[in-house]
Design a protein around this ligand. Structure first.
Ligand code: CAO
Length: 424
């Protein structure tokens, strides 16, 4: 028994943000029925193609454990099938451009009327207001949510991060909203509308930078390296390079092999309680008692010098050796791991965080499994569906269409090219 077993999700999502959310729901055990445009499907099926003719990794890695049904939502018969799905499902999730679902005839008011118990969840780029009609993609959300302005180095342009906090980050937020709404429905018996704007989700993840924006009013941000460098602060939170986001100074430092390996680096945190151990480790025992170095405030204006000295030590070791030396001393360090290294990490496969999946069109591939581990609801990763793979199954088993009615639906073209034999 899985946590969400028995919950049916009408998955009207596409690209990355929405599919991230519904993939989590599927991993928690919900029956996720992905509705796709006949003959076309989710645009990502054919984006960044690496195996000609096969669904792309972009699609397969975001749509595990789902069923696929083709429905033309602009066709009258298609609308009828969708209406039946809304009657049957517990959750509807969509991330179309603003207004698109209303134009299809499935506004919240209408959906709620068809099924008062349904939870209708949407992702849009912006919340209500000036920009509510904009189409939004990952990097736009990172920029509008305050992440880009606070990422990168002070003397360089704003930078977007590799982690997809705008798309996948918003999808995770929406998933939490849906599960919480399901929990509330247990008591109220009523569905509700759940919305998350990508700008809001990114801002939520960049919360500590809004903290710093307000702290600026009380004076310079002393933990930023810019303070130690004597560079005055302006009136907005600056980019802080690889400075740590908390109160403990940290940097990315070169390790042995950095000249040829772009990822021969380690993160190193000068945590106050282990300062003396750091001094011994790098060969500066005098800094333990030197009043200019012994306390965190005394070190603030010397952080560049201190990290340069630590780097002279880290450059003599590999990032793994540094991990092995520092961990027993409780000195927080972290190797900069490449995707290649992560893909070869047996430990991550053992926990299911990385998985090998087989696919009929593309053969075996690697994917990231469910990062949320539940003792009573383990995740089995199942390959993504082919376009329309479950059209007949959903029409008959979930919606109960049969006989002439089923044939009329198929003949209308509203559900793609379903093989007549399969429908019998
Ligand atoms: N049958 C018939 N028509 C369908 C259909 C189906 N099964 N599924 C979608 N369509 C139609 C929509 O109704 C819409 O038509 P109209 O504009 O004529 O009403 C059309 O397809 C295009 O939908 P769209 O505008 O959502 O798609 P797009 O490629 O132009 O925009 C995106 C993509 C992502 C920018 C936009 O959907 C968006 O802003 N979504 C909200 C924010 C978001 O999630 N962004 C993350 C993107 S990456 O995860």
């Amino acid at each position: 028994m899985k946590a969400l077993e028995g919950i049916k999700v009408l998955d009207f999502t596409h690209v990355q943000s929405g599919p991230t959310c519904t993939q989590l729901l599927a991993w928690f055990g919900a029956d996720v029925i992905k509705v796709e445009r006949p003959g076309v499907g989710d645009a990502t099926r054919k984006q960044l193609v690496d195996v000609p003719g096969a669904d792309s990794l972009y699609f397969t890695m975001l749509n595990h454990n789902k069923r696929s049904i083709e429905i033309d939502s602009k066709n009258e018969m298609g609308k009828k099938v969708l209406t039946r799905l809304i009657e049957e499902c517990d959750v509807l999730v969509e991330n179309f451009a603003p207004g698109a679902i209303d134009r299809m005839g499935f506004s919240w008011e209408r959906v709620h009327k068809i099924n008062p118990r349904i939870i209708m969840a949407s992702i849009k780029g912006f919340g209500p207001g000036q920009y509510e009609d904009c189409k939004v993609y990952e990097n736009i959300a990172q920029c509008a949510g305050g992440s880009a302005s606070t990422t990168g180095f002070r003397d360089g342009p704003p930078v977007v991060t590799g982690a997809q906090i705008g798309d996948s980050g918003t999808g995770v937020h929406l998933c939490l909203g849906i599960v919480t709404a399901l929990f509330q429905r247990e008591r109220s018996g009523r569905g509700q509308r759940v919305t998350v704007a990508m700008q809001d989700a990114v801002l939520n993840l960049a919360r500590v930078k809004m903290r710093d924006q307000q702290r600026l009013a009380a004076g310079p941000l002393t933990e930023y390296s810019q303070f130690g460098e004597g560079i005055p602060f302006g009136d907005t939170v600056p980019r802080a390079g690889n400075d740590s986001g908390g109160g403990q100074p940290g940097r990315i430092l070169k390790c042995k092999g950095w000249e040829t390996d772009p990822n021969a680096y380690t993160y190193f945190i000068c945590q106050a309680p282990v300062w003396e151990k750091i001094c011994d480790l790098i060969g500066e025992p005098g800094w333990k008692t030197d009043p200019g170095y012994a306390t965190p405030p005394a070190r603030l204006d010397k952080l560049n010098l201190i990290f340069e000295r630590i780097e002279r030590w880290t450059m003599t070791k590999t990032k793994v050796e540094i991990m092995d030396l520092c961990n027993p001393l409780d000195i927080p360090v972290g190797p900069i791991l490449s995707m290649k290294e992560i893909a070869a990490d047996d430990g991550l496969f053992a926990t299911g965080t990385m998985v090998r999946v087989d696919h009929p069109e593309r053969g075996p591939y690697l994917s990231v499994g469910c990062p949320i581990k539940m003792s009573e609801s383990p995740t089995d990763v199942v390959r993504s569906p082919l376009l329309g793979e479950h059209t007949t199954e959903v029409l008959t088993d979930v919606l109960g269409f049969a006989g002439e009615e089923l044939q009329r639906i198929i003949a209308s073209g509203a559900v793609g090219k379903v093989k007549a034999a399969a429908a019998e």
